[in-house]
Write a protein that binds this ligand. Structure first.
Ligand code: PEP
Length: 245
């Protein structure tokens, strides 16, 4: 999946069908294979029951396989609910739940062991961006969560923290450059197969076309603008226009 809706902590049972209907009115259902949705855990089953074209994902998993870990959900459990992928290391989880690189690495392994595609989020805070130290920062995030892993298939979402939910989208040419650096680091340093590298941070139907046009951008992770089916559909259409047109 290349264009992913991250619903974060939004959505109730009835919302999904309504969202899907609006999405289908706006975008061509035949192209939905490239789309993904990561609803809250409580809606995974609902999404699975009502359609199978859009890939289904969770927003997190436990770093442990099972056991006495109250409140956690395992890779096997989301697989059992029909998940195809999982978003890992989102900056909101790193900040609010002090998620470490070590824990993220274990989660990547857990996901991979259960045949769930990991979408690893990395991205720098504003002060690092201003100090022009983005490359070093991303390198150390990648080292922390990919070092020592073997033969892992994954996607990476580059999400500058200062762009998430702020309306302050990164410049498309800068995104392109960072993506090519990330690709280069991954192929040089780690035993991973990077399936897609996608951008996240205030993507909407107005700015997505120019972002999708960049050579090293394979898609997008979308928060706020994905909650409305029509809006997500317009972003998907911008993607389809460039990649299927
Ligand atoms: C996100 O949280 O992954 C995200 C990209 O959010 P938004 O699109 O709202 O900036």
């Amino acid at each position: 999946m290349k264009v992913i809706a991250n619903w974060k902590m939004h959505g109730f049972k009835d919302d999904y069908l309504h969202w899907y209907k609006n999405l289908s009115k706006t975008a061509d259902e035949n192209l939905f294979d490239d789309l993904g949705i990561a609803p809250p855990f409580t809606l995974l089953d609902e999404c699975k029951i009502h359609q199978s074209k859009i890939k289904l994902g969770a927003q997190n998993i436990s770093h442990l396989p099972e056991g006495p870990v109250t409140g956690e959900i395992s890779a096997a459990m989301i697989k059992n609910s029909g998940a195809d992928f999982v978003i890992l290391g989102h900056s909101e989880r790193r900040e609010l739940h002090t998620e470490t690189e070590e824990a993220i690495k274990s989660k990547i392994l857990e996901a991979s062991n259960h045949n769930i595609h990991p979408v690893l989020c990395i991205g720098e805070p504003k002060e690092i961006y201003v100090a022009k130290k983005t490359e070093d920062f991303l390198y150390s995030q990648l080292q922390g969560s990919l070092n020592d892993l073997n033969n892992i298939n994954l996607s990476i979402a580059y999400e500058p923290i200062w762009a998430i939910g702020t309306g302050d989208v990164a410049k498309p040419s800068d995104i392109n450059k960072i993506h090519s650096i990330i690709k280069e680091i991954c192929s040089r340093e780690f035993d991973v197969k990077l399936e897609n590298i996608i951008y996240g941070g205030s993507v909407n139907d107005q700015n997505s076309k120019e972002i999708f046009e960049q050579e090293h951008v394979n898609g997008a992770l979308i928060g706020g603008a994905s909650l409305d089916g029509h809006s997500f559909g317009r972003i998907a259409n911008n993607f389809f226009e460039i990649h299927n047109g």
